[in-house]
Design a protein around this ligand. Structure first.
Ligand SMILES: *Cc1c(COP(=O)(O)O)cnc(C)c1O
Length: 377
């Protein structure tokens, strides 16, 4: 398990030999997470949010795997993401762009069958123009701002939108949606307020179906499930609810190789600016991943990696390409060039490292670098 030279981490045998880090993405766990969420939201459907390259895990691999499990609705944030993913997905997979329409993307969206989430009157009008020039109706989702002030029709645009929808048959509204600002907090009153608001809007607009739940929303109860849930982080093993046990299976594990070990006397400075000074003789290991690989600099002097279940604290500053850890808790010689330590795995969850870094699991996942050997299991 711990020696790089054995290369037994990789189903591809020696394919990962020489890599300084191994990022393993467990497709079976991902699939089970999807099935769990899909079962919870029945009779509604569960989409997959695969924006930002499926939170860094590979949008194409992830989407194909979830398609095989019955997922037919995929959300990305930007048009360019949709453009790439469209080619990888079967025609019956619907692909939605959360940021809607940027000027200039209208015709390409229409031609590729990409469905914009329209957030404003201006985006709506641009989509109507595209439909008229193509002489056919174009599908869309309408997003309403129900209290996040980020994306979606603001309240003052609703009357004009209602009129436009009545007069104009060129845009086919599939459903309406909104996004919860506090879905990961079970007792946030904002959740119920936003749900009530989107329901009011649905009634106002001829009873459109509703989509409001992200991962956290799925766990807020049936009332939030609507016609289509839009989980992201929970698919990838992140905790949907803050401060509660995580019901999802871990999907990602990360092991990083040791590049050098040394024994130093008391009073030795470690890393940039010498901010860490050893208080006794210490054994140190330098591991081959740093902030350029998505291990935030905020982990400097905080957090740890693990070896054989033993905690090895990070000492000194995180460098661009490496981190130094104190391995004095291990038997002498336990680690050597090429040994692999656990950064994310059975002893340290995504949430653990995110907490130590002062961030959230989303940011850790979407920052994971491209220098690791990626292995899909
Ligand atoms: C990112 C996003 C999601 C997915 O959120 P998770 O918290 O990762 O489940 C759903 N809906 C919208 C509008 C989003 O931007």
């Amino acid at each position: 398990m711990n020696n790089l030279l054995s290369a037994k981490h990789t189903s591809a045998g020696v394919a990962g030999l020489g890599a300084t880090g191994y990022l393993t993405i467990d497709i079976a766990s991902l699939s089970r997470n999807y099935e769990k969420l899909a079962a919870m939201v029945m009779p509604g459907r569960a989409a997959a949010v695969v924006k930002a390259d499926a939170y860094g895990l590979g949008a194409e691999r992830v989407s194909r795997a979830l398609y095989a499990r019955g997922c037919r609705h995929f959300f990305v944030a930007q048009f360019v993401e949709a453009q790439e993913l469209r080619l990888a997905l079967a025609p019956d997979a619907q692909l939605f762009v959360l940021n809607g329409l940027q000027p200039g993307a209208e015709m390409a969206s229409a031609e590729l069958g990409i469905i914009p989430v329209l957030n404003s009157l201006e985006q709506y009008r641009r989509w109507c123009v595209a439909a008229r020039s193509l002489k056919r109706t174009l599908p869309a989702v309408l997003q309403f701002d129900t209290g996040m002030s980020r994306l979606g029709f603001p309240p003052e645009e609703r009357p004009t939108l209602a009129k436009a929808l009545e007069e104009n048959g060129t845009v086919e509204v599939l459903f309406i949606m909104s996004h919860l600002a506090s879905a990961d907090e079970l007792d946030a009153t904002q959740n119920a307020e936003q749900l009530a608001e989107i329901r009011r809007i649905a009634d106002e607009f001829a009873g459109f179906d509703i989509s409001i739940a992200n991962s956290g929303g799925v766990f807020l109860g049936n009332a939030y499930h609507g016609v289509l849930a839009r989980p992201g982080i929970a698919l990838y093993g992140g905790a949907p609810t803050a401060g509660a046990p995580n019901p999802m299976e871990p999907v990602v594990s990360l092991e990083v190789a040791v590049v050098q070990t040394r024994t130093v006397p008391a009073g030795t400075k470690v890393g940039y600016s010498g901010v860490h000074v050893t208080d006794g003789e210490a054994r140190l290991a330098t591991i081959a991943a740093g902030y350029a690989d998505g291990l935030p600099r905020s982990l400097s002097g905080r957090g740890a990696v693990y070896y054989d279940g033993i905690r090895l604290p990070i000492v000194g500053r995180v460098s661009m390409d490496s981190i130094t850890v104190d391995v004095s808790a291990l038997p002498e010689g336990a680690l050597s060039l090429g040994s692999l330590v656990e950064v994310i795995g059975p002893h340290q969850s995504l949430e653990d490292i995110a907490r130590d870094a002062g961030t959230i699991s989303y940011e850790i996942l979407t920052s994971l670098g491209h220098r690791y050997f990626r292995h899909y299991r």
